[in-house]
Design a protein around this ligand. Structure first.
Ligand code: FAD
Length: 439
């Protein structure tokens, strides 16, 4: 089947990057986006303003020559800054040398840079205000809702890069072409802001700030305008949840008790709290990610994850690199490339989905505990003692392109080896002790 005419649904991070990669292979690509052009319209309020870009996303951007431009405005974060309810801040470096960083970047600026790159690429057209509402997977016929009414378009290949609530996935489900599971977390998120203080950052911009509070958690990432965007994660229902605070006094009281150092830095707290929406968090799984050899899913549309490892966008961009590889390995036969892509990425995306969920527990519960801090120091000592042989999970996920499933396998082996070594060391000490005390 000829795939020279490709429709990409969704002009988010993944869709725009995908269009750039496909253009390099000579495809005619049309990207359909439901929203208006974000470069000329107002951004939505309170929707994930910034994100942490790390090696996997950078690796993809490097391949289309965009990494340098994107990194020009990035703010490197070399570790976590833990804010306890009382007491000193605690900085925990991400890497053993304290130098490696994840990068806080503006989601809007990244999306705009990718849109510009896609539009400049030969053979790519981006159309806004086109919301996919219908798809015949067998023929590639799509129906879009536009301001002028419904329009129908047919493409040789249709790629759904339309995010976690993917309409393409919904259409495949309606045609019995896949199965789907959506695991929503009991937690939602709300964005709050810390403006610059006297023209400067109100907190250290070289760290990702965390307020771990057991059943809730807040993080803050710096922005190029010297503000911070905070994301508060809290249960969706119950007596201690977003819904439990309504009056300005109750909101201020809650933050004064649980986030006392935030209150003086966030003059718009009550307004942000009232007006910014509560976003949903969850894991999306579906199987397969393709149908009829001509329709495929990619990025969040195929495998959305919770944001606690800062990997959703990085993973979506890594998907694009892998799909490109699958096209190369199948001589651009889409009916083989799409199943191969699913086969190669399935275990990796499942692994990062699990690690992201586990990281939520680590961030909200463990990072403040002395045992956790000791564990991190031991881990860094092992990395120094066994360079290249013992590498922490964080390092492998954020600072390497090692496939996620391989990271999971390797970390399990390392933990087992350390456990055995500790047992042996313990046994050795016990034997030495027995020898010393033996008559
Ligand atoms: P999206 O970014 O969702 O883009 C989908 C696009 O499709 C959108 O433009 C949408 O308008 C369009 N669309 C949707 N439906 C239709 C339709 N019917 N027709 C046409 N167009 C449509 N990831 C990281 O790597 N690092 C982070 O630090 C990080 N932080 C996060 C923080 C939060 C609070 C959240 C919620 C997520 C975070 N993520 C992070 C995850 C990241 O946002 C996603 O994984 C990433 O945006 C996925 O990109 P995508 O292009 O697949 O989907």
């Amino acid at each position: 089947m000829s795939g020279s005419n490709v429709a990409v649904v969704g002009a988010g991070l993944c869709g725009c990057l995908l269009a750039c990669f496909l253009a390099r292979r000579g495809y005619e690509v049309t990207v359909y986006e439901r929203r208006p052009d974000p470069r000329t319209s107002r951004p939505e309020r309170g929707r994930s303003i910034n994100l942490a870009l790390s090696e996997r996303g950078l690796n993809a951007l490097r391949q289309i020559g965009l990494a340098e431009q994107v990194m020009a405005d990035a703010l490197p974060m070399r570790g976590r800054m833990i804010h306890p309810t009382e007491g000193e801040l605690d900085f925990q470096p991400y890497s053993v040398d304290g130098q490696r960083a994840i990068n806080s970047i503006s989601r809007g600026a990244l999306n705009n840079a990718l849109l510009d790159a896609a539009e400049k690429a030969p053979g790519v057209r981006v159309v806004f205000g086109h919301k996919l509402v219908g798809l015949e997977p067998a023929t590639g016929e799509m129906t879009f809702e536009t301001e002028e009414g419904r329009v129908q378009v047919t493409a040789g290949v249709v790629l759904g890069a339309d995010g976690s609530g993917s309409a393409v996935r919904g259409q495949l489900l309606a045609h019995d072409a896949l199965t789907e599971s959506l695991d929503f977390l009991d937690y939602g998120y709300k964005e709050l802001s810390i403006p610059p203080a006297d023209g400067d950052f109100a907190l250290d911009p070289g760290a990702l700030h965390i307020w771990p509070r057991g059943t809730s958690m807040m993080i803050a990432l710096p922005n190029p305008d010297r503000s911070f965007t905070c994301t508060l994660f809290w249960p969706n229902g119950g007596t201690r949840s977003f819904a439990s605070l309504s009056s300005p006094a109750a909101i201020e009281r809650h933050f004064a008790t649980h986030y006392p150092d935030l209150l003086p830095l966030a003059p718009n707290l009550v307004d942000d709290y009232h007006h910014n929406p509560v976003g949903l968090l969850g894991t999306v799984r579906c199987d397969p990610w393709h149908a009829h050899g001509r329709v495929g899913l990619i990025g969040d549309a195929a495998h959305a994850i919770v944001p606690f490892y800062g990997q959703g966008a990085n993973c979506a961009m890594e998907d694009v690199v892998e799909l490109d590889r699958c096209l190369a390995d199948t001589a651009e036969d889409w009916s083989r490339a799409l199943p191969l892509f699913h086969e190669r990425r399935r275990d990796d995306t499942e692994a990062i989905a699990e690690m992201a969920l586990a990281n939520f527990v680590e961030m909200r519960d463990k990072v403040a505990s002395p045992v956790f801090r000791l564990g991190k120091r031991v881990e860094h000592a092992l990395e120094r003692a066994l360079p290249g042989r013992y590498v922490s999970r964080y390092e492998l996920v954020s600072f390497s392109n090692t496939p996620y499933a391989e990271v999971r396998r390797r970390v399990q082996l390392q933990h087992r080896a350390v456990g055995v070594a500790a047992l042996l060391a313990g046994a050795g000490l016990a034997a030495a002790g027995l020898r010393r005390w033996a008559p």
